[in-house]
Design a binder for this molecule. Structure first.
Ligand code: ADP
Length: 248
C-alpha cells in the first residue's frame, strides 16, 4: 500500500526581530490510507507548524510534502488548502456564527457547486453519523460545545476529504465531554476508514484515539510508533516523561 501523505526532510525556521527559531528540523514520516496518526509533544515542539505546512497554510524551507504521490509543498512551492483535498477541525470549531448548523455543514459543498440532490444526500449521511437530527436549524451560539464539535466534524466529513486534520479538537470541551467525544470520534473515523492527522498536547488523548503516534521534541521526531511501543519502549527521556504518567 502506498502512503497517502509523505513528509520528507521538512525543515522550517521562523525569523523575527529577536532572531531565528528552528521550528522543524528535517522531519520525515508517512501517513497510510485509513490510518489515525496523532502527533503529541510539549508546547513549542513544532506540532502546529507541521499541521500548517500539511494544510498549505505555511511554506517550508526545505524538504517536501506529497499527497497521493503529488508534491504539494517544497521550497518555493505551496499548493493552497482548497486544492489539497484536506479538511480541518479546529480547536475553537470555527463555525460561521451567522449560519445555521445546516448551512455550516453544507458550506464546502456549496462552494464546490455540488448539485442540490447530492448535497441533501450527503447532509442526511453526516446528520445520521453524528446524531445531528433536530439541530440543523440552530445557530452555533444555540448549540452546546459537544454539539458544535459534531457540526464541525460533519462539515469536515461532508466533502469526503483525503485527510482530516484535527488541531487540538477537544481542548475546549470540559473533561467529561472530552473523554466521551474522543471515544466517539475515534470510533467514527475508524468506521469510515478516514485518514486522520491529529495534533494534541495531551498524551492520553493521543493514546485513546490513534493507531500510531509521533512524539515531537524541539522540532524533531523522538519516536514514531504504535502507542504501546512508545509506552513500553520509549526511545528518549522526553518520550518516557510524556507517556510515563499514563496508565496503560
Ligand atoms: P506547538 O504547536 O508544538 O506548540 P509551534 O509549532 O507553535 O509549536 O512552535 C514551534 C516553535 O516555533 C516555538 O518555539 C514557537 O515559539 C515558534 N513559533 C511558532 N510560530 C511562530 C511565529 N509565527 N513566529 C516566530 N516563532 C514562532
Amino acid at each position: 500500500m502506498k502512503p497517502l501523505l509523505e513528509i520528507r526532510n521538512v525543515s522550517l525556521s521562523y525569523h523575527t526581530v529577536s532572531g531565528e527559531t528552528k521550528a522543524l528540523s528535517n522531519i520525515s514520516f508517512d501517513l497510510m490510507p485509513g490510518e489515525f496518526l496523532a502527533v503529541v509533544g510539549p508546547s513549542g515542539c513544532g506540532k502546529s507548524t507541521l499541521l500548517n505546512i500539511i494544510a498549505g497554510i505555511l511554506p517550508l524551507d526545505e524538504g517536501s510534502v506529497r499527497i497521493y504521490g503529488k508534491e504539494v509543498s517544497s521550497h518555493g512551492k505551496m499548493i493552497p488548502i482548497e486544492e489539497r483535498n484536506i479538511n480541518m477541525v479546529f480547536q475553537d470549531f470555527a463555525l460561521w456564527p451567522h449560519m445555521k448548523a445546516r448551512d455550516n455543514i453544507l458550506y464546502g459543498l456549496k462552494v464546490r457547486r455540488v448539485d442540490k440532490d447530492e448535497q441533501e444526500k450527503r447532509l442526511q449521511e453526516v446528520v445520521s453519523l453524528l446524531h445531528l437530527e433536530g439541530l440543523l436549524n440552530q445557530f452555533p451560539a444555540e448549540l452546546s460545545g459537544g454539539q458544535q464539535q459534531r457540526v464541525a466534524i460533519a462539515r469536515a466529513l461532508i466533502t469526503k476529504p483525503a485527510i482530516i486534520l484535527l488541531d487540538e479538537p477537544l481542548c475546549n470541551l470540559d473533561v467529561q465531554l472530552r473523554i466521551e467525544m474522543r471515544t466517539e470520534m475515534a470510533q467514527l473515523f475508524r468506521h469510515l476508514k478516514t485518514t486522520v492527522f491529529h495534533v494534541t498536547h495531551d498524551p492520553s488523548e493521543a493514546f485513546a484515539m490513534a493507531d500510531r503516534i509521533i512524539v515531537m521534541n524541539q522540532g524533531n521526531i523522538d519516536q514514531n510508533g504504535k502507542p504501546e511501543e512508545c509506552y513500553k519502549m520509549p526511545k528518549t527521556a522526553v518520550v518516557a516523561g510524556l507517556l510515563g504518567c499514563l496508565l496503560y
